[in-house]
Design a protein around this ligand. Structure first.
Ligand code: FES
Length: 233
């Protein structure tokens, strides 16, 4: 069993955490290109590594991924107006390009240079293989984009899709690399005695209150979570 401290190190991915900083050194998928297919279409909320972002395709077809909160008074840019080459905040009308540059601050006096001192937090994006990818780490450490073979397949041979799993990323990874669960799920679907039953029976120690021990309950819980993951896959 992991200690609480080790578990926190493994599972937390916010900015400044060890795993959060590690994952931010890679290009990661943010959303499907089809979710923002139309230039000038509605912005889409995206939550990545604990950060609330907004994705949009401007009227020129360029893709932006910005902090959802406007740098002025934190209004949601997901409610903004995507038109004429940028995303305009609905609150006071500040307008941002896909790279976070401020294009307009209509409430400032004419001739004001205030706009040039403002930037929205923006992450670089690439649209490849039907997926919008982003890099959320330091600009100086921008890595090369990975050359996965499938990214070069024609659309007829590759179908990008997205599956939302309501769990921590570590559980999804753990389920994916867990080769033991395949035999368990296969036996289950054939009507044979599921391996999970055998494991639970083996671990059937009970406390004085006649409830399964913590270790047993944890094992059963983890097993059912893996099975659910397997069934979804
Ligand atoms: S809150 Fe966005 S322009 Fe004021």
């Amino acid at each position: 069993m992991l200690t609480r401290e080790d578990n926190n190190v493994l599972t937390q991915v916010g900015r400044g955490t060890p795993m959060g900083e590690l994952i931010r050194r890679f290009w990661i998928p943010a959303l499907l290109a089809s979710e923002i297919a139309e230039p000038g279409g509605k912005p889409v909320r995206v939550r990545l590594l604990g950060e609330d972002l907004v994705a949009f395709r401007d009227t020129d077809g360029k893709v932006g991924l910005l902090d959802e909160q406007c740098p002025h008074r934190r209004a949601s840019l997901a409610l903004g107006d995507n038109s004429d080459g940028g995303l305009r905040c609905l609150y006071h009308g500040w307008k941002f390009a896909t790279d976070g540059t401020c294009l307009d601050t209509p409430t400032e006096p004419s001739g004001s240079a205030f706009c040039s001192r403002i930037r929205a937090q923006a992450y670089p994006t690439r649209e490849i293989g039907g997926v919008i990818w982003t890099y959320m780490g330091p600009a100086a450490d921008l890595p090369q984009f990975p050359e996965f073979e499938w990214l070069s397949y024609p659309a007829v041979n590759a179908v990008p899709f997205k599956v939302l799993e309501d769990c921590n990323y570590a559980q999804a990874v753990e389920g994916t690399i867990d080769s033991a669960h395949a035999a368990c799920c296969t036996a289950s679907s054939r009507g044979a005695r599921p391996r999970s039953t055998i494991m639970s029976a083996t671990c059937n120690r009970r406390s004085k209150s006649n409830t399964p021990s913590t270790a047993c309950a944890t094992l059963a819980c983890a097993t059912s979570a893996r099975k659910a993951s397997c069934m979804r896959a």
